[in-house]
Design a protein. Structure first.
Length: 870
């Protein structure tokens, strides 16, 4: 900010502070308001829709200003932060009435989208990214729970991670180009951090904070060492923004993407696991039977991180089974969990100094219930649950202490007093006694005055503005003695004070102030003791979350009659009478379907009319596999699941992920990702491929991709398509099988049966759907005429195409030699001519497919054309 000459001391102070926070809106405390000045005032007034005024700062000098009242500042600040602004809170650090000269002020905290952790609405979380040689090193920090994790990812994994964890703010090193990430995640705010956040000094400070000398102490491997950059940068950012309020941060944990099923961002979105597409309901919401915040977060993690290791899946499944089968135990656990608050949030608040006395009482009560949970650990049999129960620590000594110290129903605000029980501190007890005795004195003094004056209705009262007073109603005023001094006149009474009452007031008020100060001091001491235990209590809270997530899986299984799938390491997948768990909620007569995949039948091409249930079927299959691998029971009569290593989806064409890319380009990017990464152990669902381009381009791409996936990768795939030509693949590749959605046809009227059957269907019934949608009868009639014509043409053309492709395959060299174009190149320069000839000769006739032959021919034609033109 430019220096201004001859400015007031207040403005000079403001400039000094603002200069330290150039990228934040500085909220400068002035009495009962937070004021913004200059450019900040313009921004604040615009974003908050409040009046922009002026502040006089000298003779005829004004600066722009806007202000928000201190008492309702929270909602204004939330609005600013949720719009991506950083807000620096500049407080008065001393009592204005006692200050000599200008009141001391400083920024006590900077609130940013990723660090305003105590705001429930914002759900703040922070991600740091450091890039080196194409690898992304990340650190994720959720200050509301203390969760801190770091890892090394490739680009796809990074996108998937952001999708799963949904940070509100991403911080990167200066100069890092994040425009492509920003276009993909529009609701996330990005900040660049200066060099020193990534410096060696910061590394040492960070390691010092966690009392270790090297990052490997957290369990990171040698090749992950660079993760120290984002970890320490994120930690420093939290420290700088929180200032003295730094809440609990757990020891960083390595995030190992490769121990979970690969679930790309597009799959998370398409399957609507935790966040729905417009208007829908996500799987998590339908399944969630957790009773605590920790459990809810754990269940969310389970669903986004299905396991790959069959032993681990079965271990979790066994825990779920125990609670499915033992109703009494499940209900006992649920009853206890229901009374436990969000311990992770509480300890985070308590250690950040933003806690209220009620948070400590909440923690105490929750820990009591946690002890109750521990009491039933003897009844537990399954390994995973047993481990969780065993890891719960016993906090009876802390509970006992908190019980002894804290009043059961303390006030919300820390400074109101009445927090600490009797018997904790001698001085405090004495002061309280003075206060209590004071009450007795007041009673007897009131009695004495009534007798002396003869005014029976005389009463002594107290309010915060006036202090103590003697109230006499109007009709009795003539009886008031001379030594009563008037303090206030009301409509039907007068209030007085006497010397005696005034000296009493001084004594009591000073006792009261001392009580509050002492209580505050004691409270802060206990708070610190609890904060010191944060890490350990946090670990116990994690176990409570695990138990809660497991019981939630058991509860939903019991409620909905889900079954336990058979998990194995083989290739086969079999689902009997499976259904879509979300759609079924709203459609009780949902038709269940079977899926059977093995070495002879793993690439299923599913055709059928529009609206017949193809998409639903392929999505439900992916969801059932995902659920099975989280250890959950499944919405099916029976299931055998050969563990998959990835679930890929290519669904829908409406969701242009990144603006600026065509729908088709987005679709092809997703396809490229699938083709490049799928293995024999993956599971793919494709809902139409190549729709965003011309029919033949689309068909060719769909065809070539199917051939590659079915023949080369041999990956289990469900491919819903309107390209009926693709059903030909069944004859050419073993493992490809055709299915269709069954319908009941009666002339031009059809009824959807929503059942998947073997064989193909060569009609789309799109016109029928148009009719259902209410398009005029005469248009429908005409559409049918055109459709029949096209169908005839198509069938003829298809036969011809296939015939000619076969021909090309058998004798492609001859055909290429006979191409008229080929002869024309004889006049062209020898070298290039030879090059083309060599290219033709290098082709292995036996291994080329019809589609490859076509592509090759097209390429050749283009090259020749280019040569001719040059
Ligand atoms: N198994 C089922 N039982 C009952 N109703 C179903 C079933 N599957 C789907 N439906 C209903 O049919 C509607 C259309 O299903 P879906 O979107 O899966 O069809 P589709 O064949 O993929 O259509 P399109 O080819 O137009 O994309 C669903 O919204 C649902 O209401």
């Amino acid at each position: 900010m430019k220096e201004e000459k001859n400015i007031t001391p207040m403005l000079a102070q403001y400039h000094k502070i603002k200069d330290q926070y150039p990228d934040a809106l500085v909220l400068y405390r002035l009495g009962d308001f937070y004021e913004m000045f200059y450019e900040d005032a313009h921004t604040g007034a615009r974003e908050l829709n409040i009046v922009l005024t002026k502040k006089k700062v000298g003779k005829d000098r004004y600066i722009p200003m806007c202000g928000i009242p201190f008492h309702s500042a929270d909602s204004y600040i939330t609005r600013l932060v949720s719009k991506g602004y950083k807000v620096a809170i500049c407080e008065q650090l001393e009592d204005a009435s006692k200050a000599k000269g200008i009141v001391k002020r400083d920024v006590i905290r900077v609130l940013t989208p990723g660090t305003y952790f105590e705001n429930e609405k914002l759900k703040s979380a922070l991600l740091g990214i450091y890039q080196e040689r194409g690898r992304f090193y990340i650190a994720y920090l959720d200050l509301s729970t203390g969760e801190f994790t770091g890892g090394s990812l490739n680009r796809d994994e990074l996108i998937s991670f952001i999708g799963k964890f949904q940070p509100k703010e991403i911080v990167v090193q200066e100069g890092y180009d994040f425009s492509d990430l920003r276009s993909q995640f529009k609701s996330i705010f990005f900040s660049q951090l200066p060099e020193d956040y990534f410096s060696e000094d910061t590394h040492s400070e960070f390691l010092g904070f966690f009392k270790t000398g090297h990052i490997s102490a957290f369990g990171f491997d040698t090749e992950e060492q660079n993760v120290i950059y984002p970890l320490s940068a994120v930690w420093k950012y939290a420290k700088v923004t929180q200032k003295s309020f730094l809440p609990f941060i757990s020891t960083p944990k390595p995030y190992r993407e490769d121990s979970y099923v690969r679930l790309d961002y597009s799959a998370q979105k398409h399957l609507e696991i935790v966040s729905p597409n417009e208007g829908n309901i996500p799987l998590l919401r339908v399944m969630d039977r957790t009773l605590t915040g920790m459990g809810r977060r754990k269940l969310r993690f389970f669903l986004l991180h299905p396991l790959k290791n069959s032993k681990e899946i079965i271990k979790r499944q066994n825990a779920v089974t125990e609670l499915v089968e033992n109703t009494e135990l499940r209900e006992k656990i649920r009853d206890i969990l229901d009374q436990i608050f969000d311990i992770e949030r509480l300890i985070s608040k308590i250690s950040s100094n933003t806690s209220t006395p009620r948070d400590l009482v909440g923690l105490r009560e929750s820990l009591k219930k946690v002890s109750k949970l521990k009491e039933i650990s003897k009844e537990i049999k399954s390994d995973l649950l047993k481990e969780s129960f065993e890891r719960i620590e016993d906090y009876s000594w802390l509970i006992e202490k908190l019980d002894r110290y804290l009043e059961d129903d303390p006030p919300i605000h820390l400074k109101e007093g009445g927090l600490i029980k009797k018997g904790v501190d001698k001085d405090l007890d004495e002061l309280k006694e003075i206060k209590e005795k004071g009450n007795e004195w007041l009673k007897s003094y009131q009695e004495k005055l009534r007798k002396e004056t003869g005014i029976q209705s005389l009463k002594i009262g107290f309010n915060k503005v006036m202090g103590y007073y003697i109230e006499v109603t109007k009709p009795n005023l003539k009886l008031v003695p001379d030594h009563f001094r008037r303090r206030q006149t009301l409509s039907n009474a007068e209030r007085f004070i006497t010397d005696e009452l005034q000296s009493f007031e001084e004594k009591i008020l000073s006792a009261d102030e001392k009580i509050k100060a002492l209580e505050y001091e004691i409270f802060m001491r206990i708070r610190e003791e609890v904060a010191f235990l944060s890490d350990r209590i946090g670990k116990t809270a994690q176990q409570v979350g695990m138990i809660d997530a497991i019981q939630s899986l058991a509860q939903i299984a019991v409620e909905k009659g889900w079954t336990k799938p058979d998990i194995h390491d083989g290739y086969e997948i079999e689902i009997k009478e499976g259904y879509h768990p979300v759609i079924k909620e709203f459609m009780p007569d949902f038709v269940p379907n079977n899926l059977k995949m093995n070495r002879n039948s793993y690439f299923h091409i599913i055709t059928g009319p529009n609206m017949a249930g193809k998409s639903t079927f392929i999505r439900q299959s992916a969801i059932i596999i995902l659920l099975a691998q989280t250890g959950s029971y499944i919405p099916a009569k029976k299931g055998k699941i050969g563990v998959v290593d990835a679930i890929f989806t290519r669904i829908g064409s409406g969701d242009a992920l990144a603006k600026g890319l065509s729908t088709f380009m987005v679709e092809m990017l997703e396809m490229a990702n699938i083709v490049n990464n799928a293995t024999e152990r993956s599971f793919i669902v494709l809902d139409e491929v190549g729709r965003g381009t011309s029919t033949y381009d689309g068909l060719s791409i769909g065809w070539a991709i199917s051939e590659y996936l079915a023949e080369k990768v041999k990956v289990k795939t469900l491919f819903a398509t309107h390209y009926h030509e693709l059903t030909q693949l069944e004859r050419e590749i073993k493992g490809v099988k055709n299915f269709h959605m069954d319908i009941f046809e009666d002339g031009e009227n059809i009824k959807f049966l929503y059942r998947v059957k073997e064989g193909f269907s060569n009609k789309s019934y799109g016109v029928h759907v148009a009719k259902l949608a209410g398009i005029k009868e005469q248009i429908i009639k005409r559409a049918y005429e055109i459709l029949y014509y096209f169908e005839e043409q198509r069938d003829k053309k298809l036969e011809e195409d296939i015939y000619s492709l076969k021909q090309k395959e058998n004798s492609y060299l001859n055909e290429i030699n006979e191409l008229p174009l080929f002869k024309e190149i004889e006049d062209i320069e020898k070298d290039e001519y030879r090059q083309i000839l060599e290219e033709i000769e290098s082709i292995d006739i036996g291994s080329i497919t019809p589609v490859e032959a076509l592509v090759f021919l097209n390429d050749l034609k283009k090259k020749i054309k280019r040569l001719k033109e040059s």
